[in-house]
Design a protein around this ligand. Sequence first.
Ligand SMILES: [Zn+2]
Length: 313
Amino acid sequence: MNAGNLIDFFNQFASEAKCAEFIAQQRWGNEIICPKCGVVGIKAYKLASGRLKCAECRKPFTVRMGTIFEDSMIPLQKWLLAIYLCTSLKKGISSIQLARYLNVTQKTSWFMLQRIRYVFESGTFEKLKDAVEMDEAYIGGKDNNKHATKRTKYLTGKGAQGFGSKNSKTPVVGMVERGGSLHAVVTSDTGSATLMGLVRKHIDIDATVYTDEHMPYRTLPKIGYKHESVNHGVKEFVNGMASTNTAESFWSHLKRGINGIYHHVSPKHLQKYCDEYSYRWNTREMNDGERFEEWFANFNGKRLTYKTLTKKA
Ligand SMILES: [Zn+2]
């Protein structure tokens, strides 16, 4: 897609065939892999039905097979528009709004959005390096209605008791390389073992990690990381380089979005919303068309059925 506005979108994806062509190009480039027999670079014949037929195993297949579009009756144009809206709108789009735009039921649009979000979760990533801010936030729940003393019980950093219950907030740990990428991970607690596990997995050992004074971060030097902290309690927001401002601007954006657009997100699904917000944050330098295409870099082979999605965690 060119500049990537809605006019470009409808010009490019004017028909179902054009949508299928685009998806095939994103998926396979010039080397089609048969989803039935796995042979690479096959010659595929186009059948009258619009389906493809493998020259090797002689079986018919479609561009949807083995992707999140498989088993869906939704026209590809609606799928692509949903992906476009979900990747380009700064705060995302609610299933209610998407249902209206696409003329589908809310159950369908909710499922579509969950599938689209599933692709945001990138399978591989590079470790964050140089100056990395690390900070935790507590999202969702109905803690605001609780007595203050009861509320703080969940926020002690010793783990959110009642994780998974809809009345408690869910901890999310954010790690962001200044001028680079952001990773946001939903956790069951924000104790030392959990946080240091995330550090090792997401942050390069040569990085300097900037945090607030949350106790467990004091373990950072013990596992080999350079560590600088800032004390929020005394409004010491900028201790030289030691701010967590980048992480905090992401939290406020995420919280505003979740409160304003999605209202309530269950802990079970929170990671997908974090992935959606991280994706847009990490592609902030791209235009809407580029951000839309980038989504397809991850979609290959990802499939999510309604059964998997709604099963009890
Ligand atoms: Zn085949």
